[in-house]
Design a protein around this ligand. Sequence first.
Ligand SMILES: Nc1nc2c(ncn2[C@@H]2O[C@H](COP(=O)(O)OP(=O)(O)OP(=O)(O)O)[C@@H](O)[C@H]2O)c(=O)[nH]1
Ligand SMILES: [Mg+2]
Length: 459
Amino acid sequence: MGFFSKLKKAWASPEDAAQQALEEYRKEQGLEAEKPNIPKPTPAAQTVAPPLVNEAAPTPTEEWQAGLTLSLRQAEPKLSHWLNIIVEGLDEKGPALWDRLAFLFKALGAPEDEAQDFIRKFKAWLDDMGYVAVAEFKSELQYRLALALELEDEEDERDRLFLKLSEGISKTREQITKRIDSLLSSHSSLNDDFWDEFEEILIMADVGMEAAGQLMDNLKARARKAGTDNPDDFKDILREELEEIFKVPPRIEAVNPPEVLMMVGVNGVGKTTTIAKLAYRAQLQGRKVLIAAGDTFRAAAIEQLEVWANRIGAGFFAKAEGSDPAAVAYEAMDKAISEGYDLLLLDTAGRLHTKTNLMDELTKIQRVVGKKHAGAPHRNVLVIDATTGQNALSQTKLFHQAVGVDEIILTKLDGTAKGGVVVAVTLQNKLPITFVGLGEKMEDLRPFDGKDFAKALLT
Ligand SMILES: Nc1nc2c(ncn2[C@@H]2O[C@H](COP(=O)(O)OP(=O)(O)OP(=O)(O)O)[C@@H](O)[C@H]2O)c(=O)[nH]1
Ligand SMILES: [Mg+2]
């Protein structure tokens, strides 16, 4: 989007951009040049801000805008700081917020129509979700801005994600790190007794016997290589090893659009919600998304997905309850191609990995989709519920055998003490974890970063 690349450019010199926008605005409105000592806006002045008016005399509108410009100029050029300034003194959504958002876009050099489009979509989203208080939707607004501005990799956003991840895995951390700390304090060297107790900790944290054994061998080798048996060095060694384990690169291959992603997993792990979250991300990143309701077991499942698709503004394809899921996938593939979608997300019904007839249904979907569109489905995504513990291992193994899993999305990592299973799952099949679910909101699906995970786990 032109708007967003402009915003990104403006990011590099926000002061100038904000100042320039204000000067331009004044010129357009036939106002005088900026006067020195412009007052900072008071919350009251901001809340009653009327819409933009074309008058020569200074007005309250002009004052809050000048004040806002000043605040933005003085702030660190970080999204979170700017957002704080924009919502300062506002408790609820309303005209004051839209005006300020529009002004932020203008200050960043964005074309008015694209900024209005962003605001209109956000307003509709808030209405749909029933959000009123700024506190309810502020982080979502930041998420939207970060995605739209392609700022997810910026330091500020990374810090925010790290914090969220760190909070999300706090129970797992408690389970693992606290025990490691007490283990370290009660041993003066990394001896056999130490390793035995460490193994117990791993097993308690749901890392599993096999993975625990493998992890221990690697850690011992690492310690030997580093020439240390000092417990003080242990956490660094463990962190390095975890980083290494998570360094599974996602499979990259040229994709002939539409890209097709098939979501698989056992019942209730979060497949449908994750599809909504992925669609939401992709839409905000400017991709055209089609969601297909391949879970035809229950009418409610189709409705659940349709509600999400409508909210997100994604395309939706479904057939009647009880239809053959492969037929749904085939026709959805047709629609995706003929209507120029960038991404097709195929939902499937939850199924027990041990039921071969149900697993065959997935291979049939794969087959028909691949016939219609070479290479599709490009990504078979296995969704795993992090609270499942060791069962996640057999799920991964059997789904992988049946359909060939390309990547894993780990949901419900928030609030579980069983996050250790991530290590086991990754070690077992060398499959990349691409996203983690850290809550039920749309913004709670975040790219997985093994380095951050290792750090969050051990600090
Ligand atoms: N706390 C939390 N809840 C989640 C997360 N992901 C999904 N959920 C919740 O898990 C529940 C089940 O999610 P669904 O998306 O319906 O799961 P599903 O895999 O599609 O379920 P079936 O279609 O019945 O197999 C819902 O209440 C979701 O809100 C997550 O990352 N964290
Ligand atoms: Mg579902």
